[in-house]
Design a protein around this ligand. Sequence first.
Ligand code: NAD
Length: 428
Amino acid sequence: MAASTNAFEMAQAQFDRVADMLQLDPEVREILRWPLREFHFRIPVRMDDGSMRVFEGFRVQHNDARGPNKGGIRFHPAETIDTVRALGTWMTWKCAVVDIPLGGGKGGVIVDPATLSTGEKERLVRGWVQQMWRNIGPRQDVPAPDVGTTPQMMGWMMDEYSKLAGQFTPGVITGKPVGGGGSLGRTEATGYGVIYTVREALKHLKIDPKTCTAAIQGFGNVAQYAAIGFIEMLGGKVICVSYWDREDRISYTVSKEDGLDPHFLMSITDQYGSIDKTKAKAAGYVIESGDAWITKDVDVLIPSALEGQVNSETVLQIKPRVKVIAEGANGPTTPEADVILKERGIFMIPDFLCNAGGVTVSYFEGVQNDMNFYWSKEEVLQKEDEKMTSAFHAVLEMSVKEKVYMRDAAYMVSIARVVKAMQLRGWI
Ligand code: NAD
């Protein structure tokens, strides 16, 4: 998705393409092309200097045929209702593809959280809950963190909801801190989930992962655990990661051709995923341009930073050796690049399948909250692996059976599951 692309138009276009292939009824399309419910509201917040600022907030509930809506709340200065609609729609497909009994939702506030003090952030998130609390809840809609929001904020939101509802309700929100109702394994979940799908893809392609190398874009939450997983679970080598340098305002690739050490790199990375390049250089790493990661002669590419990174220009730099692209990020490949990857026969693990480990463990967090009984990290990760592996094979089977690209197959699996739930409930 290029910056100029309207994300919701892209989400609708992806849906329309597969709806055509499936010959979906026009009435069914009309339901699924749009969110079922949208909330737009204003949140007045008393600032530390005594002034009052009013923030614009959103919540979109795309489809809850399969269960309560689920999706994060994004705090971003460029947030728009269309971005929230697109992300909410993708959440419906993501929850359906991993077959967890949840629908799709997303929320947002137009704000740069870095400009707020801790107290202002707390008042803003409590204000968000005051506007929405009658329309969220463990059986209605369960928010979570996203870009610009943190586990601490989720803790405040859970507290505000519990006060308004008059009872302790940890299951209203996920991504809470461990010890405050959060699940063990949530930090690792998305990156490890990416690697569970890479493992299955390599098995399908009959490639020994121990002989494989990977290049990763990004070094935040997803990329860090994808790197650890690729090395420690699969026995492969990661030869580079990349990051956005907040001081230089430019991205860099950090490489080590004989294999990098993600634990060392994490020890020199800040909370925003920005690596200390001086320390990396001193430890023998090579610092290259931000685009270098995609030009590497590796077997697996794992874009885990931003949308639109594999586009009509960068796709031409992908080496013939690359066999698998695992989309850790949401929307890293543009539709134009997708066509080329498909022609080249590169095996695609599409975003809403590849990075679904995060929402899967969020679902487990809600389940543990409901039981008031908490699993060990090993148990959480093992259950996540089962879900991701069976989701991967459902999509692969569809792709083989219908002779379609993996992204289209993932849509087919998800749409069929949501349509079935709507039929069973008598909506259509
Ligand atoms: P993060 O903020 O922890 O890390 C982002 C990383 O990308 C950082 O290392 C940053 O330096 C780097 N980056 C930013 N701009 C870059 C650029 N131009 N070039 C190279 N690197 C750049 O974010 P995250 O949680 O790891 O999420 C990454 C992607 O994965 C996003 O698309 C997000 O929506 C998606 N995702 C995340 C989760 C999750 O559980 N964290 C779940 C599903 C999808």
